[in-house]
Design a protein around this ligand. Structure first.
Ligand SMILES: Nc1ncnc2c1ncn2[C@@H]1O[C@H](COP(=O)(O)OP(=O)(O)OP(=O)(O)O)[C@@H](O)[C@H]1O
Ligand SMILES: [Mg+2]
Length: 458
């Protein structure tokens, strides 16, 4: 039952310290009770003896030896616990209920303690007695005492009880300590086992919570929350790497394929140059795609607190309207900006800017020459709406969800450049800022609404 791991627990050590202190106080308390009780009864015996001696001395003075002998003989007959012995100068007993003068030395205060034989129910028993001696002159001596056997027995019982009380206290305390530590140890052991399983890869496992709400439970709950967060991050990271690896594989394969084809044929220097130029152009697109994927992955995985801050959304939107002015002008499109000033947002400025640029880019790209584009930022209650609307072909209701996925482009846009990642970033950024993203019909054209919630607007 008592193995070394229990002894090493804090609970057990605390229990031991507590036990030692408690045992000591029990011992001191009972010891005090014992010594004072024993002391009092010894004192009482001594006082009684002293009083009797004084009385008998008086009798002797008044009535002489004869009177004393009479009284002593009478008392010796009646008193059961009192002991008397009167001896003559030759040491022979004259009166009393003791047969011979004890050999014990005189103790403190002229008191002596000695053993004597006493018949009890026909059997001779050895008892202890306490007595005081009185010289009467002319060689006569008187001894007056008390049988203290009973008192000694009571003291003996008290001593035994004292020892038992201390032993029981220690025993029970030790047992309690062991039980407490065992319980604690068992719970800690389950926590350890689960931690080991988690370290071995079972990332979904959680520490058991007993439901008692004690400190171990609180520790387990906190650790579980931490594990949840770690699992979320790890899964997020894994998804990001999986997605990037998957999404970049086909363009890289295409690139390599083209280079191989060029090498296989008998090509002129001009052909090589053309192939290299194409490769450079393609790797540039690849880099852009890579950046776009990274941005999306980042936004989807969630950003650390220090990459989020409060910024002036109104200014950002106004800048964007200005930036896309020339591009719209090139296509004879009218671009109207309607930006309510003073709206700020808590989030990542770079990503929101990138998402808005993607929406503007789509509007300009997919709206035919002479169309109209509107960029709006306004408060709606405590929320804020960011709207990009155009008068182009729009997106059919059935496709509005699909175009938000990575690399999804509509048949109608095959001829325009693009990778199909623009709206994916918009969706990821919306998610990052808890914003609601809606694509709707602008009659004609597409209207994209990003509604930032009250909580994101300081
Ligand atoms: N304003 C729009 N009007 C009509 N169709 C649109 C509009 N915006 C997006 N689309 C359709 O949704 C598809 C996905 O758009 P998204 O911005 O994700 O990719 P992309 O513009 O093709 O490429 P990228 O933005 O990565 O250069 C587009 O290919 C296009 O078919
Ligand atoms: Mg786009």
């Amino acid at each position: 039952m008592l193995n070394s791991s229990i002894i090493r627990t804090t609970t057990f050590r605390l229990a031991l310290i507590y036990l030692a202190l408690f045992g000591l106080s029990v011992f001191l308390l009972l010891g005090f009770i014992y010594w004072s009780t024993a002391g009092i009864s010894t004192g009482q015996t001594d006082d009684t003896i002293q009083a009797e001696i004084t009385g008998l001395a008086e009798q002797y003075r008044e009535n002489g030896l004869g009177g004393l002998v009479r009284i002593v003989s009478e008392r010796a007959r009646n008193q059961r616990q009192s002991l008397y012995l009167l001896i003559d100068p030759g040491g022979r007993p004259v009166a009393g209920n003791l047969t011979k003068w004890p050999k014990a030395a005189t103790g403190a205060g002229g008191l002596l303690e000695f053993p004597y034989q006493r018949p009890v129910g026909g059997v001779i028993e050895s008892h202890r007695a306490r007595a005081r001696h009185l010289g009467l002159g002319r060689g006569f001596q008187l001894l007056v005492g008390r049988d203290i056997q009973e008192r000694l027995q009571v003291e003996q019982v008290m001593r035994t009880s004292l020892a038992w009380a201390v032993a029981l206290t220690l025993g029970l305390g030790l047992l309690g300590g062991v039980l407490l530590s065992r319980n604690l140890l068992r719970r800690v052991e389950t926590i350890n086992r689960t931690s080991r399983e988690i370290m071995d890869g079972a990332l979904h496992r959680r520490l058991p919570v007993s439901g008692s709400g004690d400190e171990l439970d609180r520790l387990a709950e906190n650790l579980n929350e931490m594990l949840d967060q770690i699992e979320r991050l790890v899964t997020g990271m894994r998804q990001v790497t999986d997605n990037i690896a998957h999404d970049l594989r086909s363009p890289l394969n295409r690139l390599r394929g083209r280079l191989e084809v060029t090498l296989m044929g008998a090509a002129s220097e001009a052909d090589y140059r053309a192939a290299l130029e194409e490769t450079i152009a393609e790797s540039e697109t690849l880099l852009e795609t890579f950046n776009a994927l990274l941005n999306i992955a980042q936004a989807e995985a969630g950003l650390p607190e220090d990459e989020q801050a409060e910024f002036d959304l109104s200014a950002l939107v106004a800048d964007m309207a200005e930036l896309y002015g020339p591009a719209a002008e090139d296509k004879n499109q009218s671009l109207t900006g309607e930006v309510e000033p003073g709206i700020s947002l808590r989030g990542n400025r770079h990503l929101v800017g990138q998402a808005l640029a993607n929406l503007m880019d789509n509007a300009v790209k997919y709206t035919p020459d002479g169309g109209a584009i509107a960029l709006v930022l306004r408060r709606v209650g405590k929320a804020a709406d960011l709207i990009v609307a155009d008068s182009g072909p729009g997106i059919a209701e059935a496709d509005r969800q699909k175009v938000l996925d990575r690399f999804q482009r509509l048949e109608a846009s095959r001829n325009s450049p693009g990778t199909g990642l623009g709206l994916s970033l918009v969706r990821a950024v919306a998610g990052l800022h808890c914003a609601e993203l809606t694509l709707e019909d602008n009659l004609p054209g597409l209207r994209v609404i990003l509604r930032f919630p009250e909580t994101a607007i300081p």
